[in-house]
Ligand binder design. Structure first.
Ligand code: 5GP
Length: 194
């Protein structure tokens, strides 16, 4: 049966790290590569982290109904899940792992016809999130402030998700995550602490 896993939460909460952990733990999963109009960052790879496209190309995909969901996550910066990615992964007999923003995840819940496991990675506190975003050093102070504003709105949506996991202690969060994912896909998982 076709299924998908959606991992979401505010920017800077550690969802990419947790997503990478799941991909390493479960070969049954494959990362759903999103399309974006933002610039490629140092260390990122086209087709691995994102498909980097122009705004007109993105708008074209919206018009052609090629996206399962899309969001203008930040001003003039679009992100979206390609329907073709999900098809590609299902054809490989794997489960797609979507690591996407909160409102995108909510739109997927409305649009998708297959069974999903939706996971919200919660912040410890707003102060801690600001510290993480600043330390990451990839955004300007102005962008950090915008992401903080967005996080306040996003945490209000967490009750729409199947599971909420607080990323305070990484090992604990990884264990909680792997346990629910293993159950969803019918895989074996033994606690990392054992
Ligand atoms: P970043 O620019 O830091 O890679 O990502 C910014 C935000 O966009 C993150 O919260 C990330 O999860 C989200 N994002 C990445 N891909 C998608 C997507 O396909 N759809 C939506 N709605 N959000 C996405």
């Amino acid at each position: 049966m076709e299924k998908a896993i959606i991992l979401s939460g505010p920017s800077g909460v550690g969802k990419n790290t947790l997503g990478d952990f799941l991909l390493a733990k479960f070969p049954q999963l494959a990362y759903s590569v999103s399309a974006t109009t933002r610039k490629i960052r140092t260390g990122e790879k086209e087709g691995k982290d994102y498909y980097y496209i122009s705004v007109p190309e993105f708008e074209n995909k919206i018009q052609n109904n090629e996206l399962l969901e899309w969001q203008e996550v930040y001003e003039e910066t679009y992100y979206g899940t390609l329907k073709s990615e999900l098809d590609r992964i299902h054809q490989q007999e794997q489960f797609p792992l979507l690591v996407i923003d909160v409102f995108g995840a909510i739109n997927v819940m409305k649009n998708i016809e297959i069974e999903t496991l939706t996971i919200f990675i919660d912040i410890v506190s707003l102060e801690e999130l600001e510290k993480r975003l600043t330390q990451r050093g990839t955004e300007t102070a102005e962008k950090v402030a915008k992401r903080m504003e967005k996080a306040v709105v996003e945490v209000r949506e967490k009750s729409a998700f199947d599971v909420v996991i607080v990323n305070n202690d990484l090992i604990t969060a990884q264990n909680e995550l792997a346990t629910v994912v293993a159950q969803f896909i019918g895989a074996e998982y033994s606690d990392l602490k054992l």
